[in-house]
Design a binder for this molecule. Structure first.
Ligand code: GUN
Ligand code: ZN
Length: 650
């Protein structure tokens, strides 16, 4: 069973139950070659703290001594490793050396007999240069073998490998078929050559295509990904597990791994590393070591650095800034940067998992930042949901200080003295109506000054788009007093723009959907502000408290009367998570909604969205924030679907 603890987009921190304890993901499983142990498994566990390792059942089976011992005492005692042991099946040997002499059925039975925790199907390694026909056939064979293995697995967890070479449709189809088979972990296979050849853009395509088809409640393992350079990117795309044979292989060639890339001892002028392996040794000492001793040291260095990078990725998921980490890491190598740029192609898919907001500010790291899914979301929601205020003219400001309305307070007051005007700001986020200036990510984002060419181009495009869309009689770019002089001559109507009301309306539509403001604000509206910050706190309509505005991200939390209005105006399942009867008494008490109890959910819900929990008759049960998307709520059998803030008592 796999449970999600935290998520940031497709990336997640999870817990996988295995016969030998819980494995926290993202996890790195060092590869242990039972015939050539570089770092003893006991040390991996006790000193490094690895909760899991991966070894090869094919090698063990073919070695008479290992075979006998594994059968006699079991894999855990043989390797002296108390944690989770995953075994591979011999597929990689077929990739390296051609045909292997074992049947799927036999290797599955063998893995089960020696007590492996996670066994692997004898899949077919689909090489990147294969034809589509050959690949499709290999996928079919892999599927047959996976179905066969699922019947034989017993209590062992089973890894069903996604194959399909670089064909995205075959990958997605294979993943979809695998999702229907009773397996527990999904490695993405056949990707080692892509990583070895630094074909990271294709690797990203393969991961995304696989993720699209897989069941989200099963952990995804990127087979053969052992370089810390790729962990952040792979985690961002939803990979939960990695394995590394590279730590030992690289060490034998005197190569040090770092998140920034690989360095050969011969090229290094010093070690400059504070990992426990390097710490007490000088460059000269390491260079003078005997090869085996040096390889042992470098292998440990490679493991420490890899482990540290996994921890760094975890921290980023917890703190919600994995995009920033990925963008920085992808600057380690142009091929990684190509992959990062290539992600623009997957913006639409990634947007479905992008949280509504996050705790800390979005930081620009380079022009690729503009292709993050949050920008697509802003653009879409603005052009689809935003309702323009009914003013005569529109004045467009350049982006200067934030929040915009405070920065341009005087200019706005001067214009509104004589004109019926509304205001936009040309920002890297897009064309931003002045009243959306406190909403994530408009306020909570930082860009460098001056903007780079791509950012300027994006701003220009967005404003161009706006200029074709807007309904104002007149639109002008702010040019100081000259603008005021012009407007004074042309304006006919009296000022009407009320920024507080406009803010409430615009955030409602952006957050809850087109028309939400009309539903929520039908009546006499009263807006209460904080005396200290001047920011909107509460919105009352006809004396009822319908919304509260959060200071940190500028979005609303729904109050029960507000929810009733939305529920009346928007048909199910919009903004709703429907739960089974047995969950209702708990949710009414303010307890969270668990996945197992969800029967229906709005497919448009994004992580951290404000949602209404309703019963089968569509009566309101609770209010809270969605943690998962609809598909995820349906696929997970454990874990929280909605974090309930307020139960609705009968
Ligand atoms: N190790 C690295 N790649 C693969 C793969 O595609 N299949 C299996 N079973 N093991 C691998
Ligand atoms: Zn080191």
């Amino acid at each position: 069973m796999f449970e999600i603890i935290r998520r940031d987009g497709l990336a997640r921190i999870g817990k996988l139950e295995t016969p030998h304890g819980q494995l926290e993901t993202p996890a790195l499983l060092p590869v242990v070659n039972p015939r050539l142990v570089t770092v003893p498994p006991r040390e991996l566990h006790d000193v490094f703290g690895f909760q899991a390792l991966i070894t090869n059942s094919y090698i063990i089976r073919n070695d008479p001594k290992l075979n006998a011992r594994a059968k006699e005492v079991g894999l855990h005692e043989m390797l002296d490793f108390p944690g989770t042991i995953m075994t591979d099946s011999g597929t990689f040997q077929s990739h390296m050396y051609g045909e292997v002499e074992v049947k799927n059925e036999d290797i599955i039975n063998f893995q089960r007999e020696i007590g492996t925790d996670i066994g692997t199907v004898l899949d077919i390694f689909t090489e990147p240069d294969w034809s589509k026909e050959k690949t499709a056939h290999a996928v079919d064979v892999t599927m047959d073998r996976t179905i066969e293995a699922a019947d034989l697995k017993g209590k062992m967890l089973l890894a069903g490998v996604v194959q399909g070479s670089v064909f995205e449709d075959l990958r997605e189809d294979c993943a979809r078929r695998l999702a229907l088979v009773d397996v527990d972990v999904h490695p993405i296979g056949g990707v080692v050559p892509l990583m070895e050849q630094y074909r990271f853009a294709e690797l990203a395509d393969v991961i995304v295509a696989s993720k699209k088809g897989l069941d989200p409640s099963r952990p995804v393992h990127l087979f053969g990904a052992g370089h810390p350079m790729v962990f952040a990117l792979a985690a961002l795309l939803g990979c939960d597990m990695f394995d590394s044979a590279s730590y030992a292989k690289f060490a034998r060639d005197d190569r040090f791994m770092f998140p920034e890339g690989t360095a050969s001892l011969a090229d290094m002028k010093g070690i400059h590393c504070h990992c426990p392996a390097c710490q007490s040794h000088s460059y000269q000492e390491i260079a003078a070591m005997k090869p085996a001793e040096r390889a042992a040291l470098i292998a440990r260095h490679n493991l420490w650095v890899s482990l540290e990078e996994i921890q760094r990725v975890k921290r980023a998921i917890l703190e919600g800034d994995l995009w920033e980490l990925v963008e920085r890491r992808c600057r380690a190598h142009p091929a990684l940067l190509s992959a990062l740029r290539h992600l623009a192609k997957h913006q639409e898919y990634l947007e479905r998992f992008e949280p509504l907001s996050r705790d800390n500010s979005l930081l620009y790291t380079g022009p690729e930042t503009l292709s993050r899914p949050i920008f697509l979301r802003y653009e879409r929601r603005f052009f689809e949901r935003y309702k323009y205020p009914d003013t005569e003219v529109m004045v467009a400001f350049e982006e200067a200080g934030k929040p915009y309305a405070r920065h341009y307070q005087k200019e706005m007051a001067d214009v509104m003295e004589s004109c019926d005007a509304h205001f936009f700001v040309a920002s890297p986020i897009g064309a931003v109506p002045i009243e959306l200036d406190e909403m994530y990510p408009v306020a909570q984002s930082l860009f460098p000054e001056p903007p780079d060419l791509q950012t300027k181009e994006r701003i220009r495009e967005q404003m161009e788009h706006l200029s074709h869309e807007h309904p104002y009689a007149l639109g002008v770019a702010w040019d100081g007093q000259a603008t005021i002089d012009t407007l004074m001559m042309m304006c006919q109507k009296k000022p009407s723009f009320d920024i507080d009301l406009a803010r409430v309306r615009a955030v409602c539509d952006y957050q809850f959907g087109k028309g939400a403001a009309d539903l929520l604000l039908d009546g006499k509206v009263a807006i209460k502000k904080s005396e200290t910050t001047g920011k909107i706190r509460n919105v009352l309509v006809d004396g009822e408290h319908i919304l509260s505005m959060r200071a940190n991200d500028g979005f609303f939390t729904l109050r029960p009367p507000g929810a009733m209005r939305l529920k009346k105006g928007f048909d199910a399942p919009k903004l709703r998570v429907t739960v089974k009867d047995d969950s209702i008494p708990f949710n009414r008490e303010g307890k969270n909604v668990f996945n197992a109890f969800v029967t229906e959910c709005d497919p448009e819900i994004r992580p951290m969205d404000e949602v209404m929990v309703v019963d089968q008759k569509d009566d309101l049960v609770a209010l809270g924030r969605a943690i998962l998307t609809r598909e995820e709520m349906f696929s997970f059998r454990t874990g929280i679907a909605v974090k309930v803030r307020e139960g609705i008592k009968l």
